[in-house]
Write a protein of this length. Structure first.
Length: 215
């Protein structure tokens, strides 16, 4: 935390300031005492006094050595080596991944749920806005949005609610189309990633446990 950051805390409430400076050495002795502030010697000074603020600033500027926690090195499994990793498999996430793949990039698409599409498929929000401007005179949206609508039309899975108006579609059919789009584009899909990440953490912990510990 530098001096500029510390100055930004000045107008905030006392509780937040105490939490902010709790990382400084000596802050523990002042926790819960709302009118106090850790000083340079580990004691407590009145919050708002120039000496108290100066003490905290000296600590922020490196005037006093802070405690540190050293972490051991660990092995982290590599799931894939690619050019682009898209986090989030909503419709826009799929579109970003597909566009990158079509430009020649190696792509992985990471989604925490079991299928792509975001709220359009997982929450059944099955309305897409018009491809035209608010006056419905000029088309302003095309690309993969229009392409996916065309794919849904071939499945008889989408209806345009009015001329140049919004679209209502079958969410289940959209999920299938997005899967096919990802597969056709050569994208490596990763669904249910929290579970996979837990397995990776277990692998890392097991690897650390198997190493001898120097004392």
């Amino acid at each position: 935390m530098n001096r500029q950051t510390l100055d930004s805390y000045a107008p905030l409430n006392i509780g937040f300031v105490l939490r902010a400076v709790n990382k400084f050495e000596g802050a523990l002795s002042c926790r819960g005492r709302a009118s106090r502030f850790p000083d340079a010697d580990g004691g407590c000074e009145r919050l708002g006094s120039s000496d108290a603020v100066s003490s905290a600033r000296r600590k922020a500027d490196g005037g006093s050595r802070m405690h540190a926690i050293r972490e051991e090195a660990r092995d982290i499994p590599v799931a894939a080596e690619v050019d682009v990793c898209v986090l989030g498999g909503s419709c826009t996430g799929v579109f970003a991944a597909v566009r990158a793949a079509r430009l020649g990039a190696r792509v992985v698409l990471v989604e925490r749920q079991g299928r792509f599409g975001g709220t359009a498929t997982n929450s059944l929000v099955n309305i897409w806005h018009s491809l035209y401007d608010t006056e419905q005179k000029r088309q302003i949206i095309a690309g993969l949005t229009e392409e996916v609508l065309g794919r849904l039309k071939r499945r008889d899975a989408v209806t345009q609610l009015s001329d140049r108006g919004p679209y209502a579609f079958n969410s289940e059919e959209l999920a299938i189309e997005l899967d096919e789009l990802v597969t056709e584009s050569g994208i490596e899909p990763h669904r249910h990633r929290p579970r996979a990440l837990s397995r990776a953490a277990a692998f890392s912990n097991a690897s650390r446990a198997s190493r001898p510990v120097s004392r």
